[in-house]
Design a protein around this ligand. Structure first.
Ligand code: GLA
Length: 389
């Protein structure tokens, strides 16, 4: 990944923005998976994500003006932004960059003009966090180039704020955080309430994780993501009137009969059920990965999928079909990952099952949905960093 299209992109940068004595610097941020802890990172929950070797790369060079000139290789499009920065519906990709500039400036820094070229190979809308990667790589590139004292953790928070305030998705902190602090071969367990985290390396032995992309695109912004979050928040408010001890929905450990007295709507009840049961599954998965009990891990992953599908209602027929088929084919575990409504399924299985599963599922999915699926093997990679060219 480190060398991806480097030469062509440098040439392209210079042909769009001009050649000067100063070379642009190159920065890269990864995609992410999440092993367990889905839709709990805005509710104070624990998540277990890892950075993987798909990436967004940006080349950045100050331009001694007050204009930001941005080029996307994916869209073959150049835009020029001047302050005050506002959302640009004609080039939505540039909002992730503009949002980060705005959020860094809110912290009291002034960001001079720069030229930036962005390229990437993270499949968009696949639940692997291409937008968070763009936010984090932009924040990191700006901080390094203009020598701002901002930690990686703070870069993550800036990215989240850009998404919440400028792009309009009320996402949690998981994606930006792992993309900022990820480490080769390790996942992290992150407490999204305190932002305390630790690195973990699990030896998978004969097992492996891989991804299946349903190729159904979700749009977090237009989807029910913000609505789900609002339902969780209103559920907590109702629970707190009776049980003020709970500060996070994730911590609620009431009996059903006690919950019954909180007057939740049917939807609030179901969302609460997913969130609180995910807490128990997260413990099982962490213990199972540590002790090598992969069957326990796998069955918790399946349970999470069906909880996301039936209780949290963020799956879709295509990903349900994939997980259902995998379950019938006897794989160890699988579930949708990320915001939902399509995108990728994370699979845990014995390494030697892979080719058979791939063959069978590609065929049956194509037959049922007239749509191809993609299988991705991946490596656990570093978080955001500079690539020296
Ligand atoms: C998206 C959001 C994250 C998280 C996941 C669901 O990826 O950006 O903050 O909420 O969905 O776990």
């Amino acid at each position: 990944m480190d060398s991806f299209r480097s030469k062509e992109n440098l040439n392209r940068f210079e042909s769009i923005f001009g050649k000067t004595k100063q070379l642009p610097r190159l920065f890269q941020a990864p995609a992410r998976i999440n092993i367990i802890g889905e839709h709990v990172d805005y509710l104070g929950g624990t998540v277990l994500p890892a950075a993987i070797n798909f990436a967004v790369q940006v080349y950045l060079r100050p331009n001694d003006t007050s204009t930001y000139r941005l080029h996307s290789v994916t869209y073959n499009e150049t835009v020029e932004l001047k302050k005050p920065l506002v959302s640009n519906p004609k080039a939505p990709w540039s909002d992730y960059i503009a949002g980060v500039i705005v959020e860094i400036e809110k912290k009291g820094h002034t960001i001079p003009g720069f030229d930036l070229l962005v390229d990437g190979n993270i499949p968009q809308g696949s639940g692997l966090s291409s937008s968070a990667a763009l936010e984090v790589v932009t924040g990191y590139a700006i901080k390094e180039t203009f020598e701002l004292v901002i930690s990686k953790e703070e870069v993550a928070l800036i990215g989240q704020r850009a998404e919440n305030h400028f792009v309009g998705t009320n996402c949690g902190i998981m994606d930006q955080f792992i993309i900022a602090v990820g480490k080769e071969n390790d996942c992290i367990s992150l407490n999204t309430d305190t932002l305390k985290y630790s690195y973990h390396h699990f030896d998978l032995g004969d097992y492996e994780f891989y991804l299946i992309n349903s190729n159904v695109k979700h749009s977090l912004k237009d989807s029910a993501y913000n609505q789900r979050r609002a339902e969780c928040e209103s559920s907590l408010v109702k629970i707190q009137t009776k049980y003020p001890i709970f500060t996070h929905l994730y911590d609620v450990n009431l009996e059903e009969s006690e919950l019954d007295t909180c007057h939740l709507t049917n939807q609030e009840w179901k969302r609460t059920k997913h969130v609180t049961s995910e807490r128990e599954r997260t413990k099982i998965v962490i213990n199972g990965l540590e002790s090598g009990n992969f069957n326990d891990v796998g069955s918790a992953l399946f349970q999470t999928h069906w909880s996301l599908s039936k209780e949290f209602e963020v799956s879709c027929p295509e990903t349900d079909f994939i997980v259902d088929s995998l379950q019938s084919l006897g794989v160890t575990g699988a579930r949708m990952i990320g915001g939902g409504f399509g995108g990728c399924v994370l699979v845990l299985d014995k390494k030697d099952h892979f080719s058979k599963i791939e063959e069978v599922l590609k065929k049956s999915y194509q037959q049922k949905y007239n749509l191809a699926i993609d299988f991705y093997k991946f490596q656990i990679s570093d978080g955001v960093k500079e690539i020296y060219i």
